[in-house]
Design a protein around this ligand. Sequence first.
Ligand code: GRF
Length: 203
Amino acid sequence: LRVAVLASGRGSNLQALIVARDAGQLPVDFALVGSDKANAGALQLAKDAGIPTFTLNPKDFANRRDFDLELFRQLDASGADVLVLAGFMRVIDGEALKPWVGRMINIHPSLLPKYRGLHTHRRALEAGDVEHGASVHYVTAELDGGPVIAQATIDIRPGDDELQLAQRLLSFEHQLLPAVLRLIAEGRLSLLPPDRVALDGEP
Ligand code: GRF
C-alpha cells in the first residue's frame, strides 16, 4: 500500500507511522509527505526518512479550491493509494476531496462527535469531562464529521491542564493511527457509503 501523509506541524504522528513501518508492524510505503507550512517539523522527519516531500503555500493560490486542486494533483501524481491527515490544519474543499472518500483518514484529538474543530483539550476541560480521547475517522466533506473508525480514551485527571492532557493523549494517538493504517494496509477496513465502517466485511 502506498501512503501519502499531509501534516502542518511537528509531525509526531507521522513519526509514529515511520517507526511502525521500520519495526515491520506497518506494511506500507510512504509515497509522499506534503505540508502547507514550509517549516513543518513533519517535512524534516520525512526527509530524514528518505520520503519525498512537497510544500504548497496557501498565499500562492487565489482561493481554497485552487489550492486543494493542486494538492490533490500532486497526491495523485505520487501514486498514493491512501491519504493520511496527521495534523493537517486546513479545511479541505468538499468537492476536491470527493475522489478520495473511503481512502483518506484523519486523526482528531477528541472523542468525536464531541469537539470538532480546534482547542479540543481546552474544551474537554472546560466542559468538566472525566474522559477525553482521540479518534481516527474517514474524511468526508463534513469537517471532523466523517465516520469514526477507532478511538483511544483516557481519563482526565484532577489538575490536568491543556498541555498535560494534550501530551498524555499524544502517546495514545501514536498507537491508534498506525493500528488503523495497518488494518487498511491489510485490506480489512472499508467505508460502506454513506457512513458505515466495515471491519473484515462486517459493518
Ligand atoms: C495531533 O494532536 C493530532 O491529533 C491533531 O494535530 C496534532 C498533530 O500533532 N490533528 P503532530 O504534528 O502529529 O505531532
